[in-house]
Design a protein around this ligand. Sequence first.
Ligand code: TTJ
Length: 647
Amino acid sequence: MLDKDDITNVEKEYGADQIQILEGLEAVRKRPGMYIGTTSLRGLHHLVYEIVDNSVDEALAGYCDTITVTINKDNSVTVTDNGRGIPVGINHKAGIPAVEVVFTVLHAGGKFGGGGYKVSGGLHGVGASVVNALSNWLEVRIYNEGHVYMQRYERGHAIEPLKIIEDCEKDKTGTTVTFMPDDTIFEETVFDFDTLKQRLREMAFLTKNLRIVLRDLRGEEVNEREFHYAGGIREFVTYLNKSKTPLYEDVIYFEGIRENVYVEVAMQHNDSYNESVYSFVNNINTPEGGTHLTGYRNAITKTFNDYARNAKLLKEKDQNLSGDDIREGLTAIISVKIEEPQFEGQTKQKLGNSEARTAVESLVSEQLTWYLEQNPTVAKLICEKSILAQRAREAARKARELTRRKTALDGMALPGKLADCSEKDPEKCEIFIVEGDSAGGSAKTARSRATQAILPLRGKILNVEKARLDKVFSNAEIKAMITAFGTGIHEDFDISKLRYNKIIIMTDADVDGAHIATLMLTFIYRFMPDLIKEGHVYLAQPPLYKLEKNKKVWYAYSDDELNGILAEVGRDSNNKIQRYKGLGEMDADQLWETTMDPESRILLKVTMDEETNSELDLTFTTLMGDKVEPRREFIEENARFVKNLDI
Ligand code: TTJ
């Protein structure tokens, strides 16, 4: 194979050697999926990452500090770096300039990495020649020793020898590549700014001090974003914890090389109960983890237990903290750079190298032990949070076993406040979850006893996003809902045991009511999401106004509707308009007529887009978390899920 010793600056020759080379790239055009995974939009963007990876390598080697990615007006993309420039000298074995080898020989890209860590390759590790093969045209310019070298390729073929096209400042060095993706290969060839922005930001986080500029020239105005993080993954952790409350100020950070593996770890706990740990290998995300993640987990579990024992935070009789306990509320980035990553598993996304495990484990154990000794206040905060997590987990387990046993032994121990219906066929039954005891009273009087059950709940129900499981299970309101529905929760969930075909949330038509409805939906979504998926969950629609004229009555469910009715019947002083502030202001008959009568009521079905499942997950957390700002954004953006909640 080629290496950089083969590259010299002898006169450029343009020989016949390349015939075979060109055949190599034909394979890429025949089966693009084999090299870039897919020819969808995702594959299209992958082309950019493949090129950028080369510049990132140069940055990692210490010779480049700025990379610019430009989406040009014609939708071609230009990547520029200020590194040393791809070598232009003739490669002896190939008989052509090294740069031409880089762009026309399959798998040749990385061999010019110039020492350090060969990290490029993106998802598939195939490099610049594949991008070239899949482009209508590609041009490379190299700035070196006062000259600008240029070569142009079309569909992977060099159409001319590498040549000097002009002169430049003596000390300017770098590489510029512009390519136009082949529209006969890609399903779509229009680049998406936000997709590139996301990945380039991640790359900047993962390579501290590297400046990455993304520029879009297609619109009327230039759209530009710059990413530059002196703190690298430390700032990544700060970014991820942005909408949370950190448990302590420091982002704990470790770095080092073990067994030829470069290891970087940044971590900080927040006061939530969720773990957000992301791992990377050679700047590529490994959602399925692997040996590097295992090494990290082993290290923190052992180190925190040792520390807690030594500091007597854990007493002799106490059980060891579990990994889950320690990772409660933990945000962390584990990034390793490794020369020959081996990927395993069904999707080949799980790191398999055993030296990555031992490297991360020993480095983190060593440096974390030292850190905890130096920072006893932080150490104590983490240990105390973990010990609380341990207790809560234990309590939750007991509470859960108790509810399981209960439902198993005495069948239906229905909640006392439930006014059940007499019909036994769940298909025909519905349950109203009603905000407040007084509205609950009216609803009990108003209902159709045979098929409608009423469960009044008191005040604001527990926010399950902000409470540990033990608290959730001991909450009376939540226990009442679980037993009334009959399905059980989480892994015990069994939809065939559902006691009502419709679960109808009925709250006041005001801000508080909307908030309470959201809390109930959050609970259902987190504990029995299938109820939503299967379309069993509804929101009742109580009216906002009652209008009376000449012994006739109208109800309006919005201001628009009210104005519409007024326009029709006349806005004179014989109009009597009543503004309902809450369900409690309606008598039983009105409640029945306007909100509960299946013949005349309006119900909103709560739906969930299966495809955006995970996104929904996130929006729910945002909505129910502590910080006000992200919540407002959520509400503004997602009126779609909870259709009528304009909080
Ligand atoms: C290799 O070792 C000798 C000095 O130059 C090293 C090198 O190749 N550096 C380099 C390659 N910097 N930037 C690139 C590069 C940039 C782009 C945009 C595309 C490609 C394929 C390589």
